[in-house]
Design a protein. Structure first.
Length: 132
C-alpha cells in the first residue's frame, strides 16, 4: 500500500510541475546588447568633445539604458573620470568631456540595459599624443 501511495503522489507532483512549466511563454530569449561608442578620431588640447553611445537591444533601439563614460590617460586607469551620460530619448546617450593636455586616452562606455552590462572601449589621441 505504501508503494501505491508513493506512486500516486509522485505522478501527482510531476503532473503539477509539468502543467506549471507548460504555461511559461518563450519570451525569455536574451538578445544582444550592442553599443556603438562614437568618439572623434583625434582631439585638440582644451577641446570639449561629445562622447556618444548608440544602444540597441536586439533589433530595437534601447531608450531605457544607463550609460556612464569612464575616461583616463593610457597607463593611469586608477585616475579616471566618470561621466553620467544624458539619455536623449532616442537610443543615444551623450556627455561632454574636455581634454586638458596631450596624451593617449582610453575610455569605456559602461552600459546597463535589460539586465545586461557591456563596456565597449575606445582610444583617442589628444594633440600629438606626447607628454605635457
Amino acid at each position: 500500500m505504501k508503494r501505491f501511495t508513493f506512486l500516486i503522489f509522485t505522478v501527482l507532483v510531476l503532473t503539477i510541475l509539468t502543467a506549471c512549466g507548460g504555461n511559461k511563454e518563450e519570451t525569455d530569449e536574451v538578445l544582444p546588447l550592442e553599443v556603438d561608442f562614437i568618439v572623434p578620431e583625434s582631439i585638440e588640447v582644451g577641446e570639449t568633445v561629445e562622447l556618444k553611445a548608440e544602444v540597441m537591444y536586439g533589433d530595437d533601439i534601447e531608450t531605457d539604458a544607463e550609460v556612464n563614460f569612464e575616461v583616463w590617460e593610457s597607463g593611469d586607469e586608477d585616475n579616471s573620470d566618470m561621466l553620467e551620460a544624458e539619455n536623449n530619448g532616442d537610443g543615444t546617450y551623450t556627455a561632454e568631456y574636455t581634454f586638458e593636455h596631450e596624451g593617449v586616452f582610453e575610455m569605456y562606455a559602461h552600459t546597463d540595459a535589460q539586465h545586461l552590462h557591456t563596456m565597449p572601449k575606445k582610444e583617442v589621441t589628444v594633440g600629438e599624443g606626447g607628454e605635457q
